[in-house]
Write a protein that binds this ligand. Structure first.
Ligand code: ZN
Length: 485
């Protein structure tokens, strides 16, 4: 068999057809996206710009009003109305359904009237609005690697921006859930105000996780024109040096670098082990193989499917982030526990707040530990997304392939987080049990406070992991830069 002029493009994704949704219906039907993001995302992604922006502003403002109702007067919210808990002190105000629906806006209007007295307040409000919108644009950029279907980057980014605008409409749902929780807590009666506030703070990470789910799922299906690198023809190139192999046989070698032609065939690249495993155990084992392969195995990026392998890489990275949150807490607790067991002051450190700030029994530390398994994965997903966009801008490779490699490489970020948690547990223990004081005299810097020196010294470990990870990523890209062809 001789290698053809071009490889067949039958593995390119097939875009679906978007349903046209007229603007008033799209704005009202935004809740459909919250609960069926994968199904509805492709259609909402194709709605006009004006509608997406209008829905974003209307729902976010309404959501802020709902949160205000939850904190100020939960009885006047929609939940209070539906469950029959609305007990107005005076009979004049509410409660028809229309009034309940308008209550969040009424509350906002009252607050605006009370707060905006000077022109400076308006400028501050405007500045806040711009910062929020810039944040939305940045979020959209982090979504792009997860949502790419192989279209051109500009089109991809605009679609992600629109989807992010739609995802922010879910803030209203958060406000309503908050109202229900405040009402339930108020009813139970035996919780202190501080305990209620802390319990409510734990709802925020759950909302963040839900938002991330809606946001990522909405980008999974693509409904645009089949234009871009994924649908373009590709000549058979040598995977190592990029030499054009047209006309050579499969048993030949590359005339330029001597690499066997067989390793440059599309069939040589296979999906990772977890994607093809039949059992749960096989999948777990496959995940581990892919994780360690991306981290250490020399030939990993020469064999794993790059073009057309994006969906596996995405699944891999999302699971990795989800597991890493739990892992971070476990590493922290085990390290801290082990260090304390080695120390005679064990009981003291667990029961007293001690002279220093950091403490395991501190409510803030407990809240942070509880929130980490939810917030850390979302943070990783954002960070990996954003860094792969930035990194992909420097490579001469189609965006999708570049991102696929970055995704398989994400194990480095998780190792980095693990090291950081280890260092934090150690520093917290040191601060608790053997506080370091005084300063150390160094030749060039002069007197440096010892705690600063200790912190910096301990962070050399995460820094080393970070630099190794970046170095390996660049090398993997170089190895797989002709893999899309
Ligand atoms: Zn070659």
């Amino acid at each position: 068999m001789r290698l053809p002029e071009e490889w067949p493009t039958d593995d390119a994704p097939r875009p679906i057809r978007a349903v046209w949704i007229p603007w008033p219906i799209a704005v009202i039907c935004a809740p459909l996206l919250w609960f069926m993001p994968k199904r509805m995302g492709a259609h909402f992604g194709e709605v006009s710009w004006g509608t997406a922006f209008l829905a974003h502003v209307v729902w976010v403002v309404y959501g802020i009003g709902c949160i205000g109702i939850a904190t100020e007067c939960p009885e006047y919210g929609i939940v209070g109305y539906v469950t029959g808990r609305s007990r107005p002190p005076e009979a004049s105000w509410p409660m028809g359904l229309g009034e309940v629906a308008r209550a969040p806006m009424a509350l906002l209007a009252r607050e605006l009237n009370n707060k905006t007295r000077r022109a400076k307040d308006i400028w501050e409000g405007l500045a806040l609005f711009i910062v929020v919108e810039l944040g939305v644009m940045l979020l959209a950029l982090s979504l792009a690697p997860y949502a790419t279907a192989g279209e051109r980057f500009r089109r991809l980014y605009l679609r992600c921006w629109r989807l992010t605008l739609w995802a922010t409409t879910s803030l209203a749902a958060f406000g309503v859930v908050l109202q229900a929780l405040v009402l339930a807590f108020n009813e139970s009666g035996h919780l202190s105000q501080q305990a209620i506030a802390e319990a409510l703070w734990l709802v925020v990470p759950l909302y963040v996780a839900w938002f991330a789910w809606v946001w990522i799922c909405s980008g999974l299906r693509y409904a645009g024109p089949a234009e871009g690198p994924a649908w373009e023809s590709r000549p058979p190139l040598c995977n190592r040096c990029g030499y054009r192999l047209t006309g050579l046989g499969v048993r030949d070698r590359c005339p330029e670098c001597g690499t066997a032609v067989v390793v440059s065939l599309p069939a040589f690249r296979q999906p990772p082990a977890f994607a093809t495993a039949a059992s749960w155990w096989g999948r777990a084992e496959g995940y581990w193989q892919t994780f360690s392969g991306g981290l250490f195995r020399h030939g990993f990026f020469g064999q794993v499917a790059i073009r057309g392998g994006h969906s596996y890489a995405r699944r891999f990275v999302i699971w990795l982030c989800v597991v890493s949150g739990i892992l971070m807490v476990v590493i922290f607790l085990v390290t801290y526990g082990l260090l304390l067991t080695c120390n005679p002051q064990l009981e003291d450190a667990f029961t007293h707040s001690g002279p220093t700030k950091l403490h395991i029994a501190d409510p803030d530390t407990m809240l942070a530990l509880l929130a980490t398994p939810v917030v850390a994965p979302v943070g990783f997903i954002l960070l990996i997304g954003l860094s792969s966009v930035l990194a992909a801008r420097f490579r001469k490779m189609p965006f999708q392939g570049c991102v696929t490699i970055a995704f398989y490489h994400s194990g480095w970020l998780i190792v980095l987080a693990g090291c950081e948690v280890l260092v934090m547990a150690f520093l917290m223990w040191a601060d608790q049990v053997h506080p370091v004081q005084g300063s150390v005299w160094l030749p060039v810097l002069g007197g440096v406070p010892a705690p600063v020196l200790l912190t910096l010294g301990c962070h050399l470990l995460p820094l080393g992991v970070l630099l190794t990870g970046i170095g390996r990523l660049v090398r993997s890209w170089r190895r797989a830069r002709f893999a899309h062809c």
